[in-house]
Design a protein around this ligand. Structure first.
Ligand code: ADP
Ligand code: FBP
Length: 305
């Protein structure tokens, strides 16, 4: 079984404006969209669209939490959330004609007792399972919680890690892959990292700490995969950008899907990029038909590390 963990889910409220967002002005929307979000939940959704079952773990609270649970149920995605007091956050994603602006809400508190409830659920993991640890960590719990949970897993499980900044560095633990985006890598090293060679050099930081593959996403500029044997560079397929929220999570789902289907690293990476771009070219998350179409258009360049 694949388990996705979303410690910090959200209702994503996508707003598509008539014009570019203007501060201190009235901004009119021409279309809106509500969806159950948070990184692990997005991974579960795209896995489902690719025909792969997973169980979504994490925390939900209040009426937003109810919306998330119902939304996943409707999509036929299994979830086993722990309930908290308070209200799960609402994240507003404002899309102008060119620019995307994100407003992120406040998360409910996770008490020690609720943390133990989650730990108990995670003790069900079995050999061969995959655990996807995705998204930010609420400030009420340890910023090393992903590492602590990873160390706690007794079974032989592949662990995927996708989180930001220091949280990424602090939570590495024998990961199948990590997926920073180029901005996160630049922030982490405080450098501009313009050339492919500069980027690949920095990816070695993760390999030296036991990560098997680093997937470095670069938005509309494609992606790199770096492991101890080779570097893969993927082109981005053609399409019209609609909303890139969840593109990174779709990429995570695509690679996991390829991995469980027994694809080669090259093909799983291609599926990852196709899934990321399929989401960027859609109002919702990547659907299989578009992923399949884009998959056939992606070119992968392979070089030795
Ligand atoms: N503007 C875009 N055009 C085409 N593909 C995109 C675009 N933005 C994202 N993608 C796809 O989604 C992947 C992940 O996007 P990225 O924005 O780098 O991740 P994150 O959402 O984690 O910041 C990219 O590697 C690419 O395949
Ligand atoms: O665009 P990405 O990085 O794939 O992730 C999008 C998801 O991440 C969020 O922006 C939340 O991110 P964080 O958990 O890092 O705060 C959600 O609102 C959204 O569903």
């Amino acid at each position: 079984m694949i388990y996705t963990l979303t410690l910090n889910p959200a209702l994503d409220y996508d707003m598509y404006l008539e014009n570019e967002l203007e501060a201190e002005n009235l901004n009119l929307a021409k279309k809106v969209n509500y969806r159950a979000g948070g990184k692990g939940i997005n991974v579960s959704k795209v896995l489902k669209n690719l025909g792969i079952e997973s169980t979504a773990l994490g925390y939900v609270a209040g009426f937003v939490g109810d919306f998330i649970v119902e939304n996943l149920q409707k999509d036929g995605i299994k979830s086993e959330f722990v309930k908290l007091d308070g209200i799960t956050r609402i994240n507003v994603k404002v899309n102008g004609n060119d620019k995307e602006t994100e407003l992120t809400g406040v998360s409910p508190k996770i008490t020690d007792e609720k943390l133990q409830e989650l730990v108990k659920k995670m003790s069900d993991l079995k050999d061969g399972d995959i655990l996807v640890l995705s998204g930010s960590i609420p400030s009420s719990i340890s910023s090393k919680i992903y590492k602590e949970l990873s160390e706690n897993v007794k079974a032989n499980v592949e662990i995927v890690l996708d989180t930001r900044g220091n949280l990424l560095q602090d939570n590495i633990h024998n990961n199948l892959f990590v997926k920073p985006n180029i901005h996160e890598l630049r922030d982490m090293f405080g450098e501009k990292l313009k050339t492919k060679q500069e980027i690949v050099e920095k990816c070695k930081y993760f390999l030296d700490r036991g990560v098997k593959n680093v997937i470095l996403s670069r938005g509309g500029d494609g992606a790199l995969l770096v492991n101890k044997d080779f570097v893969l560079e993927a082109s981005v397929p053609k399409g019209k950008l609609i909303n890139s929220i969840g593109a990174g999570d779709s990429m995570v789902a695509g690679f996991v899907a390829g991995f469980v289907k027994g694809m080669t690293i090259e093909d799983a990476f291609k599926l990852a990029v196709a899934s990321g771009s399929a989401t960027a070219y859609s109002y919702g998350m990547a659907e299989k038909d578009l992923v399949d179409k884009l998959y056939s258009e992606i070119e992968i360049l392979k070089e030795k590390l």
